[in-house]
Design a protein around this ligand. Structure first.
Ligand code: ADP
Length: 266
């Protein structure tokens, strides 16, 4: 009868609301545990540089200050760890910003060569230190690409920086761009230490590193590829990687050659 129908509709509504509440609660729980893990990771990352700065400064004050050669070494170590803290603070602020307000992604047209020049300029010092000269190979008559120039420069800086960091002195790093089905594919190619297949799926996780001490010695924060992934996701793009240990790595992605109607937040 009519009452039975109403009752079953009501029960159905209650059931559906219950289901979606359960899903929401589940999602909130996941976010909460993700947030806790992130904060745990951050405090862990902060410990080493903070303890080191404290330790070296205390040792200097306890008398090492009188020894010219020791105090230089210690001050250098203090500076090194202070720089690590600085990189960490910057990367954390970038990743938080990108995750919360990516709505202001711009969608401008520019030449790939401009992007490559800007990225290479930002890594000049590190490149010189390692005797590496990043090269560009941009296909002739490449159309302009669309996206957020500053954020895409950041993507390339992080990739090129890694290509230099995880490489031998004097190794090669090449930035490539060519057309591929109405899009432009951009690659950062190195002949460095490479990555074994079992690590590849996790590279873009925050704080994931193949070799922790190597990353830290090179000033890595473990956030570089997480930032890259977020910026590309905000452009509706994905980061791809091909790599083999001791042979080198190629990180690549594509960008559109016409304006994107809607840049989606990551
Ligand atoms: P990090 O600050 O440690 O460099 P990233 O997020 O940029 O953090 O990279 C994560 C890890 O991926 C690095 O610690 C390194 O082990 C590996 N990796 C990234 N790029 C390369 C590369 N070009 N060659 C070899 N290993 C790489």
């Amino acid at each position: 009868g009519p009452h039975g129908d109403e009752l079953s509709t009501l029960l159905w509504e209650v059931y559906r609301t219950g289901q979606s509440l359960e899903t929401e609660i589940q999602e909130l729980k996941e976010m909460e545990s993700y947030r806790r893990e992130f904060i745990g990771n951050v405090s862990h990352e902060l410990k080493t540089p903070i303890f080191s700065v404290q330790g070296f400064a205390e040792t200097l004050l306890d008398g090492a200050l009188d020894d010219e050669s020791v105090n230089r070494t210690f001050l250098k170590k203090i500076l090194h760890h202070a720089n690590r803290l600085d990189s960490l603070a910057r990367d954390l602020s970038t990743i938080t910003k990108i995750e919360t307000d990516e709505l202001d992604m711009s969608n401008e047209a520019f030449n790939v060569a401009e992007l490559f020049d800007a990225a290479i300029e930002s890594v000049e010092i590190r490149a010189e230190e390692k005797g590496i000269m990043p090269r560009q190979r941009v296909a002739p008559d490449l159309p302009q690409i669309y996206g957020d120039f500053d954020r895409l420069r950041r993507v390339l800086v992080n990739l090129v920086d890694n290509a230099i960091k995880y490489n031998q002195d004097g190794g090669t790093v090449q930035l490539e761009a060519e057309s591929q089905n109405d899009e432009v594919v951009i690659r950062v190619v190195d002949d460095g230490i490479g990555i074994s297949p079992d690590h590849l799926p996790r590279l873009t996780e925050r704080f994931y590193r193949v070799d922790k001490s190597r990353s830290r010695n090179q000033g890595g924060t473990g956030l570089g590829l997480a930032i890259v992934k977020h910026i590309l996701a905000a452009h509706d793009r994905e980061l791809h990687v091909e790599s083999a240990p001791e042979e080198g790595s190629t990180f690549y992605f594509t960008l559109p050659t016409s304006p994107q109607p809607s840049l989606q937040p990551a």
